[in-house]
Design a protein around this ligand. Structure first.
Ligand code: NDP
Length: 248
């Protein structure tokens, strides 16, 4: 497999770390984007996976900041080479029913989950087109399509990712760049473990698979869409949800 430079936003999170490990295991050089203060968590995760600085790096930056993302992508290109695989994985939830939702809760979720996809992709797309090869994988959510009580902000942002994915996919496929989304169901990460236990139990009862997904199962799907073999797959939304919602 050809070694590519991969950038994973939210790369120190539950799913992001699994994606970084998997892409590095596939032989790619992986840069994890994170917010400062996560160095130790990252170092421990990489050491546990037997990965060292030759195959991975950290790049700090707030994905809601367009200029900062431009600087980060330029620094990665200078230090490691242009980004060829981009995984837009950074995300937050601020769950609350719509009638109680503040403008800040709306804006922060839209900025982190949706604006971020523009902020990073805009800075990597030209180099991908120039080189005639690129893979963009956007992490959406089952709740983009299903909707979810208490998540008008999050579901709107994640549904926005799907529209973005399908549109950009059409614009760049002839240039060798694919753009796809993955919609995980409920994955065993801090984001889901923060849900009250009784509510979480009810959620699991609704999943035909009878369990949460492991982050590695999402990472495997990302790795496939990022591979050479997925060249003819673009604009898709790949469900990784244990049968919770079936799109077609
Ligand atoms: P985590 O909270 O573990 O990971 C999210 C990561 O994004 C964290 O590392 C977080 O950093 C980072 N992040 C948040 N805000 C910013 C920012 N402004 N700039 C840069 N990084 C930021 O969650 P998951 O791993 O569970 O989720 C990863 C993605 O998968 C998200 O997009 C989420 O919406 C999506 N998803 C998750 C599901 C699940 O069940 N867990 C289901 C469906 C989709 P820090 O920790 O330092 O705040």
């Amino acid at each position: 497999m050809q070694r590519r430079v991969a950038l994973v936003t939210g790369g120190v999170g539950g799913i992001g770390t699994a994606v970084c490990k998997r892409l590095a295991a596939d032989g790619h050089f992986v840069v994890a984007n994170a917010i400062p203060g996560t160095e130790e968590r990252w170092r421990e995760a990489m050491a546990a996976a037997g990965l060292n600085g030759d195959r991975t790096a950290l790049a700090f930056g707030d994905v809601t900041d367009f200029e900062a993302m431009g600087e980060m992508v330029a620094a990665i290109a200078r230090d490691h080479g242009p980004v060829e695989i981009l995984v837009n994985c950074a995300g937050i939830t601020r769950d609350v029913t719509f009638r109680k939702m503040t403008l800040e809760q709306w804006r922060s979720v839209l900025a982190t989950n949706l604006d971020s996809v523009f902020n990073v992709t805009r800075h990597v797309i030209e180099a991908m087109i120039e080189r005639g090869w690129g893979r963009i994988v956007n992490i959406s959510s089952v709740n983009a399509v299903r909707g979810q009580f208490g998540q008008t902000n999050y579901a709107a942002a994640k549904a926005g990712i799907l529209g973005f994915t399908k549109s950009l996919a059409q614009e760049v496929v002839k240039k060798g760049v694919t753009v796809n989304a993955i919609s995980p169901g409920y994955v065993q990460t801090d984001m889901v473990m923060a849900i009250r236990e009784d509510v979480r139990r009810q959620i699991v009862e609704q999943i035909p698979a009878g369990r949460l997904a492991m982050p590695e199962e999402v990472a495997d799907a990302v790795a496939f869409l990022a591979s050479e073999k997925a060249a003819y797959i673009t604009g898709t939304n790949l469900a990784v949800n244990g049968g919770l919602h079936m799109y077609a």
